[in-house]
Design a protein. Structure first.
Length: 214
């Protein structure tokens, strides 16, 4: 993983945990490594999906304090466009599991299924500013820090499906786990073992991919 992206993952993980000082240090590191302010803003905005509005608001406060500048409003499109983009990205991330995804979320609550596709994937995760691979790695880092195992497994597999190398996924898991506690690190370790066995050829990936163990 390039140093700037690693720093962005570290920043997202620290922001998700509400650690302002660590977030500010990661913002500075990302800036020195060549990340753009737009990339940093996108990391904070994404946290709305994984850690809630408070995390996104406080994360952006950290960004504005550590990296003065002015964010610009983007052209967001229509609800129909969000739906189209959201479904397309969901299919890429979930692969063969996509057919089961929407009915499962709909069973939890039909409104949540609509919000996930239109808002989460169509309006937020399909925005310009970060690539799909970069967004999935940032997502892995944030979910690793928070210890949401079911969602973490989905996005580790999703990161691989959209083209993230095994080494980068393992690194994102490690970055997120390092911002968390014992329980979250255990979740990251289990997730990595499951994903490695499912997608990366088990022991061969552990020895041949150059990936880091969480």
């Amino acid at each position: 993983m390039r140093p700037a992206l690693r720093a962005l993952c570290a920043c997202a993980a620290a922001m998700a945990k509400g650690r302002s000082r660590a977030s500010a240090a990661a913002v500075e590191k990302a800036r020195r490594a060549g990340a753009s302010r737009r990339e940093m803003e996108e990391c904070a905005l994404m946290l709305m999906l994984y850690a809630g509005y408070p995390s996104a608001l406080e994360g952006l406060r950290v960004v504005n304090a550590a990296w003065p500048g002015r964010a610009r409003r983007t052209s967001e499109g229509s609800v129909a466009e969000w739906r189209r983009r959201g479904e397309a990205l969901c299919r890429r991330v979930y692969g063969p599991a996509f057919a089961r995804l929407l009915p499962a979320v709909h069973a939890l609550h039909p409104d949540l299924a609509v919000w996930m596709v239109e808002h989460g994937y169509g309006r937020v995760l399909s925005r310009p500013g970060l690539s799909v691979v970069e967004r999935e790695l940032v997502t892995v880092a944030a979910l690793s820090a928070l210890g949401w195992e079911r969602q973490l497994v989905s996005h580790v597999l999703g990161a691989a499906r959209v083209g993230a190398p095994a080494a980068a996924i393992g690194e994102a898991l490690s970055v997120g786990a390092s911002a968390a506690g014992i329980r979250e690190r255990a979740v990251a370790g289990r997730t990595w073992r499951r994903a490695r066995s499912h997608l990366f050829g088990g022991a061969a990936a552990a020895h041949g991919s150059g990936s880091r163990r969480p």
